[in-house]
Design a protein around this ligand. Structure first.
Ligand SMILES: O=C[C@H](O)[C@H](O)[C@H](O)COP(=O)(O)O
Length: 225
């Protein structure tokens, strides 16, 4: 099976977690895009969605699915999203697609977090994927020094093919921190959150996934945490 077929399989399996008549939180990225396309086939069963990025909102609206502002919504039944890495205890690195801050916010108000990922995303220790950190542009250099002191190699994410900083949906910049071996994800998430100028870190450890649907050549495996 190709990686896209594995992503499609987990996206289809995630439909079983959609709660009829409720608001569904929708993540960002290639796996989440497969989920959006599946969700379109049952859109009449749900009340609507909250999107974790402008790109996701546009894709949902393109399918005729209602997208609510989070401030209009009291509760989200389930949040469904991909990950860049996930451990056997449900801690994740996210933000490869730069949507980490809104993803974290939507996940934090959702009753259940279902991670959908192809099997290559399951790791023993987080950190081979450079950890994304969203920062206020004026604090970039100061935050990079603090991240380097934690033992990583921080690098500013650039707009592809340019020398200009990539700018997020929130007007922030992304620093990708390579070279970390994250043995205490909850502790590191807390430490990075405390650096002034950080908007959010792509470590989802304190609020990790509740369920992970993992696409493998033997079928979709369900991990619960
Ligand atoms: O910012 C992007 C998100 O955290 C994505 O969920 C993550 O990067 C995984 O993306 P993909 O499904 O494309 O591998």
């Amino acid at each position: 099976m190709t990686q896209d077929e594995l992503k499609q399989a987990v996206a289809r399996a995630a439909i079983a977690y959609v709660v009829d008549g409720e608001i569904i939180g929708v993540g960002t990225g290639s796996t989440a895009n497969f989920f959006i396309d599946e969700l379109a086939t049952i859109k009449d069963r749900i009340k609507g969605t909250v999107a974790s990025s402008e790109a996701t909102a546009a894709r949902l609206r393109g399918h005729g699915i209602a997208v609510y502002d989070l401030n209009e919504v009291n509760e989200i039944a389930v949040y469904i999203d991909g990950a860049d890495e996930i451990t056997a205890s449900g801690a994740m690195i996210k933000g490869g697609g730069a949507a980490l801050t809104r993803e974290k916010i939507v996940a934090s108000v959702s009753r259940q977090f279902v991670c959908i990922a192809d099997g290559s995303k399951l790791v023993e220790t987080l950190g081979a994927f450079a950890l994304p950190v969203e920062v206020l542009p004026m604090a970039r250099a100061a935050v990079m020094r603090r991240l380097a002191a934690l033992g990583g190699q921080p690098r500013l994410r650039l707009k592809p093919g340019t020398e200009q900083a990539f700018i997020t949906d929130n007007g922030g910049e992304i620093i990708d921190v390579a070279g970390l071996s994250i043995t205490d994800p909850v502790g590191l998430e807390q430490q990075i959150n405390q650096i002034v100028g950080v908007i959010a870190v792509g470590l989802f450890a304190r609020r990790g996934a509740d369920v992970c649907l993992l696409g493998t050549s033997d079928g979709v495996k369900t991990l619960t945490f």
